[in-house]
Design a protein around this ligand. Structure first.
Ligand code: G6P
Length: 367
């Protein structure tokens, strides 16, 4: 049956609001609730023997891979290489025996990612894929198929596929950490419990839809917007900038918060909104000082943080958006929501074609 928009104005909006449901569905196939354990599908190789992981993807899927690099290295201590497919396939990458190559793709058909998969296979890598279309080419050619259960994604700009990719990758990170002996059974149970809290946290984030819609007219006139984040929220800053570019046609850049002083700070003035993604935590102080650097130059900050972060640094911001207080493992899923909603409402305010942005394709099956 054809997918309908129902009560929503755009498919993208509908897909943003589906995230609590589809993330729960996806997690349901990787987590055992009773045992509080991660369970991956059967594979013909031992994950414990994997010495290095190479992650390759394009677009939004690439940013999911970038979050995964932080997780795999931090929790499992497995070194990760990360590349966009169009670079990877032509740079003659070093692929050693015992390597696992992981491809992330909503469609499972993106030409560069598929070519990178075949190149890796020909060079002796085990192949894992995180895909949303289980009948796709990538799914068929993989040794390990990790499906996302986001359902059909119609909006050209990816939203629910991204958070479902993150859900799978977080489960894989925890499992990898266990088989590598870097996570105890108790820590695994703890991680599983936190992952199971993700759908409720996504709902709490979605509850800010109206505030974000009200704020969109402040961002819509901007010519440039800067997004800042640190650690696993740095890829979210990149994703936020990509979403805004894709559907509102405003020039946007994502930067690692600490790197701002090495360039983008030169652009800051009253006309450049700076969106800061910063859950409270050990590095929050550093981000606060980056915000002060922005404000000292007249820049307008939109702070996306939790209650503690906003209490500490919300004063003097153009706007604040309060996210629920969550475990760091699910923060990237939760912080995806406000950046999606912000891009969506700015695009609506500008009157662009949200579901079919100019010059973009849902799936790029030619080089
Ligand atoms: C296109 C789409 C993006 C998507 C990217 C990768 O550029 O417009 O939304 O992130 O392709 O697609 P994939 O299907 O491989 O995830």
């Amino acid at each position: 049956a054809a997918v309908e928009k129902g009560r929503f104005r755009h498919f993208m909006q509908k897909e943003i609001f589906e995230q609590p449901t589809v993330v729960a569905q996806t997690l349901g196939s990787y987590l055992r609730r009773v045992e509080q354990q991660v369970a991956l599908p059967q594979m013909d190789f031992a994950l414990a023997d994997v010495r290095r992981i190479t992650i390759v993807a394009c677009g939004t899927s690439f940013y999911a891979g970038m979050v995964a690099k932080y997780w795999f290295e931090q929790f499992a201590r497995v070194p990760v290489d990360l590349d966009v497919a169009s670079e990877f396939r032509y740079r003659n990458p070093v692929l050693e025996p015992g390597g696992l190559a992981l491809f992330i793709s909503q469609s499972g058909e993106t030409a560069d990612t598929l070519a990178a998969l075949r190149h890796s296979k020909a060079h002796g890598q085990k192949i894992a894929v995180v895909v949303n279309v289980p009948t796709s080419s990538m799914a068929r050619e993989a040794d390990l198929l990790l499906s996302t259960h986001a359902g059909p994604e119609i909006g050209v700009a990816s939203t629910k596929a991204f958070t479902c990719q993150l859900a799978v990758l977080a489960a894989v990170a925890a499992h990898l950490a266990v088989v590598k002996g870097k996570m105890t059974r108790e820590e695994e149970q703890d991680a599983v419990r936190h992952l199971l809290e993700a759908p409720a946290a996504l709902n709490a984030a979605l509850a800010h839809d109206a505030d974000i819609a009200a704020m969109a007219p402040l961002i819509a006139p901007a010519r440039d917007v800067l997004y800042l984040g640190r650690g696993p929220d740095y890829p979210l800053a990149l994703e936020g900038a990509l979403k805004l570019k894709e559907i509102s046609y405003i020039h946007a850049e994502g930067y690692a918060s600490g790197e701002m002083k090495h360039g983008p700070i030169a652009l800051i003035d009253e006309a450049v909104p700076v969106i800061v993604l910063a859950p409270s935590g050990p590095l929050f102080e550093k981000t606060v000082s980056n915000m002060q650097e922005v404000r000292a130059r007249g820049g307008k900050v939109v702070l996306i943080s939790d209650a503690a972060g906003i209490a500490e640094a919300g004063e003097g911001c153009l706007a604040t958006i309060e996210m629920p207080t969550v475990h760091p493992l699910i923060a990237p899923l939760v912080y995806a929501v406000p950046v999606q909603l912000l891009a969506y409402h700015v695009a609506v305010a500008k009157g662009t074609d949200v579901d079919q942005p100019r010059n973009l394709a849902k799936s790029v099956t030619v080089e």
